[in-house]
Write a protein that binds this ligand. Structure first.
Ligand code: MN
Length: 248
């Protein structure tokens, strides 16, 4: 398989994992930047991630236009991906989802969503909240054009995850494996934090040193990272599509 075929294969796997882990449902999507042309990215056509195969993947420019003629419907919120890829040359993969467990943290400002469990360290020490109403007033809350995508990317800034008030989150990382891992652990971290709050008393967040220590040395294709990818893919029924890192 060519490098690009491998990547698109991984994009299919990423869709299936996010669906199976309940990060996305009928809505939500994952994209990857073109490895040889930073001004383009790949995203499925408008379809629930659970059903996506290689044929559903469309190549887009950063302003959300398909590179080739495309008659099939596209995701309305593809501008989230283009906006982040445009603002962040370091980012190679983006997830947008509506996972319910993260939503309260974008609505109430008393408890910031920050890492409280070791696997939550991947989300980074600060998770900004973007409110579409700040700039665009009363909308349907969807990121439906280039300008809104750019504004979200501005709020994300140099961070890995931004919450979208009343809507969901956007996550950005250096690879598909990393962005999937982050998106799986983000709601889990949110649940642990939520439950700790219910127990009462003061919540102990991970320290900056603990977050740094956990993230140090975790390359996207380390054996530890790949192990989770393999496990999730197998659970999602696409274990046979996974190639080992040494076979890439
Ligand atoms: Mn959405």
């Amino acid at each position: 398989m060519s490098k690009l075929d491998n990547l698109l294969n991984d994009l299919v796997i990423a869709n299936r994992i996010l669906a199976n882990e309940d990060v996305v449902d009928a809505y939500g999507h994952v994209s990857v930047r073109h490895p040889d042309d930073p001004s383009r990215f790949f995203l499925a056509r408008s379809l629930a991630p659970e059903f996506i195969t290689r044929d559903d993947i469309v190549e887009l420019t950063l302003d959300g236009k398909p590179v080739r003629e495309e008659k099939r419907a596209l995701y309305l919120e593809r501008f989230i991906h283009g906006g982040i890829f445009e603002a962040r040359p370091d980012v190679m993969a983006v997830v947008h989802a509506h996972a319910e467990d993260i939503l309260p943290f974008g609505l109430a400002d008393g408890t910031p969503l920050r890492p409280v469990i070791h696997s939550g360290s991947f989300i980074g020490s600060r998770v900004p909240v973007w409110d579409i109403a700040d700039k665009f007033g009363d909308t349907n809350l969807l990121v439906a054009n280039v300008e809104q995508g750019q504004d979200l990317a501005k709020a994300l800034d140099s961070h890995s995850v931004a919450l979208m008030r009343g809507h969901g989150f956007a996550a950005a990382a250096r690879s598909l494996i990393e962005v999937v891992r982050m998106s799986v652990y983000l709601p889990r971290n949110a649940r642990a934090l939520w439950r700790a709050r219910q127990l009462g008393g003061e919540v102990k967040y991970l320290s900056q040193g603990e977050i740094d220590a956990r993230n140090r040395g975790y390359s996207p294709y380390s054996v530890e990272t790949w192990r989770a990818w393999h496990y999730w893919a197998n659970k999602a029924g696409v274990g046979d599509m996974v190639t080992r890192p040494d076979q890439k």
